[in-house]
Design a protein around this ligand. Structure first.
Ligand code: GLN
Length: 483
């Protein structure tokens, strides 16, 4: 049996007895052994407990006992989401040996449904980056061409799902980190509305804008997983008490009569020609299915990168202050150090990008500059939110390329932070405005690399957003991963 199946297909195969959980997990582990030296998605594996768990679920199935709804599905988890007993490194030397004493809420929800956590996957250090090159453990590679970046920061999540090393993954998205690897690796990634999914157990980067989000090969799998991970959590006061929505129900409802706005500022300067053409093509395919596509203007997009990097860095600099080696941090043996030397030694365990962000964050928050930068950025954010509110009075969804360019070579842009920051131009609006956004694989570029399309909806409109994404998915017939 091929590993290239959707989560929903997995469930029916196991349910019908076509494959046992143990067989599927063993096949998955073989695949991981074959692929890892090429793509490097994983930081830490949990092979023995995965197999033990698989056997115990098989036993429950045979004995017709009650099982969780995920029936042993292999899932990978971004390594900034806490897993009890399995280290959570944030791809940082600082937390190289940190083992959380508890599971993040999303992880315990998956475990309750009998998912198998097959391992922890790579990211840019503390989720700061767009390529996964800033990992202390070395870069992940794009399975479509291993000389190319897989996107980031949840690169290990995108790679592990795309390279058939697991069925599903959870990533985190502060400014595009679920959608960027989804787009670059030809898989689906959703950034949910702020407050829909618990962040308890997610190591904080920029709390006011980030969400945990799923990555899968099919839109229907995202719906399946959202039914499990969404909802109020008493451990996270920012989660809302919305009525439970069934995201799987009516997924094939179509998009007849829906109005979709093509965001002009996300299609302009700096957008690769093939990417722009793919986006226009996606909008005409949606029109063929009965939607109406109209151009729409969101001029706050032009200020979004500056506002995002000001706010995200400010929050990062205060969040990362806790890594002082007293509570958390890298233990280098502190004997004999005087205070300043000690602090500077501890803090130098951070990599270059995290250091840059902390310095930038401290600067924009400092007396004298606070009003000029941080307050201004918050004003841009407020303006952006009101433009988004106005846009959704005119249209049901927004459409854009997920990433402005197709995947590029590893190392090509690593020394150019500004160029890397500008890659987030289309993704960060959803974070600053708190709205949901999804990247759907749409086509393959002339050089054989994936191009994804982004759809955005108003807050808590995930159900209709997934319907639209599903319709778009139905218009594509993409090849499977080439390796
Ligand atoms: N590229 C963005 C950043 O570096 C987004 C990262 C993320 O979403 N975690 O901040």
């Amino acid at each position: 049996m091929s590993l290239d199946i959707s989560a929903t297909e997995y469930l029916s195969f196991v349910h019908d007895g076509n494959i046992s959980v143990e067989e599927f997990v063993a096949k998955t582990l073989d695949r991981i052994h074959l692929m890892e030296n090429k793509v490097h998605a994983f930081i830490t594996m949990d092979e023995q407990s995965a197999l033990n768990k698989a056997r115990s679920i098989d036993k429950k199935i045979q004995a017709k006992e009650k099982t969780g709804s995920l029936l042993g599905m292999p899932v990978s988890i971004k390594d900034n989401i806490c897993t009890n007993g399995l280290r959570t490194t944030c791809a940082s030397k600082m937390l190289e040996n940190f083992v959380a004493p508890y599971d993040a809420t999303v992880v315990s929800k998956l475990k309750q449904e009998d998912a198998i956590i097959i391992g922890k996957v790579n990211l840019d250090e503390f989720a700061m980056g767009s390529t996964t090159e800033f990992s202390y453990f070395g870069p992940s590679k794009n399975p479509w061409n291993t000389e190319y970046v897989p996107g980031g920061s949840s690169g290990g999540s995108g790679v592990s799902v795309s390279a058939l090393e697991c069925v599903l993954s959870l990533g985190s998205d502060t400014g595009g980190s679920v959608r960027s690897p989804a787009s670059f690796c030809s898989v689906v990634g959703l950034k949910p509305t702020y407050g829909l999914v618990s962040r308890y157990g997610l190591v904080s980067y920029a709390n006011s804008i980030e969400q945990i989000g799923p990555i899968a090969r099919r839109v229907e799998d995202i719906a399946l997983i959202m039914n499990i991970i969404s909802g109020h959590d008493s451990h996270d006061d920012t989660t809302v008490k919305e009525n439970k929505v069934d995201y799987q129900e009516g997924l094939d409802g179509g998009i007849k009569g829906k109005k979709i706005g093509l965001v002009q500022q996300m299609m302009g300067e700096g957008i690769d020609k093939e990417v722009a053409a793919a986006t226009k093509n996606a909008s005409s395919k949606l029109e063929d299915l009965g939607a109406e596509c109209v151009p729409i203007s969101l001029d706050s997009v032009e200020h979004s990168v500056a506002a995002y990097y000001t706010i995200a860095s400010a929050e990062a600099s205060s969040n990362l202050a806790r890594y002082d080696n007293l509570r958390y941090g890298y233990d280098f043996g502190s004997e004999g150090y005087e205070f300043k030397a000690y602090v500077s030694k501890v803090r130098s365990s951070f990599g270059p990008e995290v250091t840059r962000r902390m310095l930038l964050g401290a600067f924009v928050l400092s007396a004298g500059y606070y009003g000029k930068y941080y307050v201004k950025a918050q004003q841009v954010r407020a303006m952006m939110k009101s433009q988004i509110d106005m846009a959704f009075k005119k249209v049901d969804f927004l459409l854009s390329p997920t990433m402005p360019i197709p995947p590029f070579k590893i190392g090509e842009k690593i020394d150019d932070p500004l160029t890397l920051y500008l890659l987030d131009i289309n993704t960060i609006t959803a974070n600053l405005a708190g709205i949901p956004a999804i990247s759907v694989p749409f086509t393959i570029s002339s050089s054989g690399l994936p191009i994804g399309i982004q759809l955005l909806a108003n807050s808590f409109q995930e159900k209709s957003l997934l319907q639209t994404a599903y319709s778009l998915q139905q218009t594509t017939h993409l090849p499977g991963v080439p390796i």
